[in-house]
Design a protein around this ligand. Structure first.
Ligand code: EPS
Length: 389
């Protein structure tokens, strides 16, 4: 997957190769994923301007993938306000809009130093989480491929600032959250969500921002995807990399990885049983809990894969921290530009896309196939193999 585009440029681009031919493409689904990424209590004014829509330029015909690279364009409606400020050609320098003092926590300062920019405008444009729009568009195609095999990916929010959801969420509850037509903080528990809203509302009042934790769950992935054989093929490592690469994610946890470090082995590892009866799962080896988050030894074990992302608070503060002017070196407040207050639900949607992308890549590496038909045949033959094991 490759992405291109600036936050206030003409459009965002996603390019995805390697999707087999014949995967049914539901554009309404792709656009709903983009819509989901734009939602949440605590998003800023930009989301009122944009209505992100996938304009598929290649790789899909008559409602199915054709095996060719898929190119997607998402137009920035805000571009009309930026054409003169951020032209492709030199334009009128008096119309340009420099970012004059770097925001602590953002890419502004290291980016300006690295690329030798006089201010942080170009840094902001590409480091912005608006880039995750392209990932969500490409990730929607990964989800469509996985759905063809009966594998689903969803997310929910388990913490906003100081407010934590302290009960486990059932898969059906998480799916119900993703289907809502009004997105607040994507918490499965209404009472906890109300307290999360209060946390965000307080930031709106004080000019502050707040982070949190989202949880992505993969349902229906069979045992055997990923491997311990090489360090760079471990499924947990690949997922951690993909989710950590999202803007503002500062830690990634697989299953109960964080609390496992402070517990005894007997309280952490998930005992193995053999079920009396077959179920809809291919294997009768089962667990009564899933602290491992569906991955052991870098391989999926047939339980739900559970990946948590820890998000720092957005670094653009309406009441800015101390900074320094790029031009004069004088002390000043950090630049402020229209921003969000809380983006944990949106980050969860972007993380679903990244998780779906990694799982789809690993599924394709294991089962292969140039067409959806061939992929499914290979996949089902493997399911039969582990059913017979
Ligand atoms: C956006 C994410 C945020 C918003 C951006 C849209 O970007 P950043 O990571 O730079 O804080 O601020 O909106 C704007 C740049 C704007 O003009 O309001 C997103 O996820 O789409």
């Amino acid at each position: 997957m490759e992405t291109a585009g600036e936050s206030h440029g003409e459009a965002l681009i996603a390019l995805l190769s390697g999707v087999p031919a014949g995967v049914p493409v539901d554009l309404e689904f792709v656009n709903r994923e983009l819509w989901r990424r734009q939602q949440g209590f605590g998003r800023g004014g930009r989301m009122k301007i944009e209505t992100d829509k996938a304009h598929v330029l290649s790789g899909v015909r008559h409602g199915k993938t054709i095996g060719s690279p898929i190119a997607i364009e998402i137009v920035n409606r805000d571009w009309k306000n930026w054409e003169e400020k951020l032209p492709v050609e030199t334009g009128d320098p008096s119309r340009h809009q420099p970012v004059e003092s770097p925001r602590p926590g953002h890419a502004d300062l290291p980016g300006a130093l690295k690329y030798n920019f006089p201010d942080a405008r170009y840094v902001l444009e590409r480091a912005s989480a608006r880039e995750s729009t392209s990932r969500v568009a490409a990730g929607a195609f990964a989800k469509l491929l996985l759905r063809h095999l009966g594998i689903e990916v969803a997310s929910h929010v388990i913490r906003v600032g100081r407010v934590e959801m302290n009960r486990p969420a059932a898969w059906e509850e998480i799916v119900a959250v993703t289907r809502k037509d009004e997105v607040l903080l994507s918490c499965v528990d209404a009472e906890t969500e109300a307290r999360m809203r209060e946390e965000v509302a307080e930031c709106a009042r004080t000019g502050d921002t707040v982070g949190g934790v989202f949880e992505v769950v993969v349902h229906g992935l069979p045992a055997g995807v990923g491997t311990y054989a090489n360090w760079d093929e471990r499924l947990d490592g690949l997922l951690a990399w993909a989710v950590m690469s999202l803007q503002a994610v500062k830690a990634v946890e697989i299953g109960r990885g964080v609390t496992a470090a402070e517990s005894f082995g007997s309280a952490v590892h998930d005992a193995i049983h053999y079920a009396d009866q077959p179920s809809e799962r291919p294997t009768r080896f089962v667990r009564d809990r899933n602290n491992a988050g569906g991955i052991e030894g870098g391989i999926s074990n047939g339980e739900n894969v559970v990946v948590r992302g820890y998000l720092k608070p957005i670094s653009t503060l309406r009441k800015p921290l101390a900074s320094v002017r790029f031009d004069t070196r004088e002390a000043t407040a950090a630049s402020y530009e229209r921003s969000d207050i809380c983006v944990v639900p949106a980050a969860g949607v972007a993380a679903e896309a990244m998780v779906a992308f990694v799982i789809a890549q690993q599924v394709l590496a294991k089962f292969g196939g140039d067409s959806a038909l061939e992929l499914k045949r290979n996949y089902e033959s493997y399911l039969e193999q582990i059913r017979q094991y």
